[in-house]
Write a new protein. Structure first.
Length: 82
C-alpha cells in the first residue's frame, strides 16, 4: 500500500519533525521512569511529559539543526570517492 510522498522541498521540516518525535519520546520516557519508577503513575505522566518535551524540542531542532550541520562539516573530513 503506497501513499503519496511529501515533496522534497519539505525535507528540511520533515527531518526535524520526525527526529523530534522519536527523541523526545525516548528521553521523556526515560526521565519519567527515573523520576517516578516504573509504575502506573509514570505511564500516566509520560504522555504529558512527552507532549511538553516535543513542544520545546521541535522548534529547538529547527533553530539548532543548521548550526549543527555547519559544525559537523567543520569537524568531519569530507567523504572521498574511489
Amino acid at each position: 500500500m503506497a501513499f503519496p510522498k511529501i515533496p522534497a522541498r519539505y525535507a528540511g521540516l520533515v527531518l526535524p519533525f520526525l527526529l523530534s518525535i522519536f527523541m523526545t519520546c525516548v528521553i521523556s520516557g526515560v526521565s519519567t521512569v527515573l523520576a517516578l519508577k516504573l509504575s502506573l503513575e509514570a505511564l500516566l505522566a509520560w504522555p504529558v511529559a512527552w507532549a511538553s518535551s516535543w513542544l520545546i524540542g521541535f522548534p529547538t531542532l529547527l533553530v539548532v539543526l543548521p548550526f549543527v550541520r555547519r559544525l559537523t562539516a567543520a569537524i568531519v573530513a569530507p567523504a572521498t570517492h574511489r
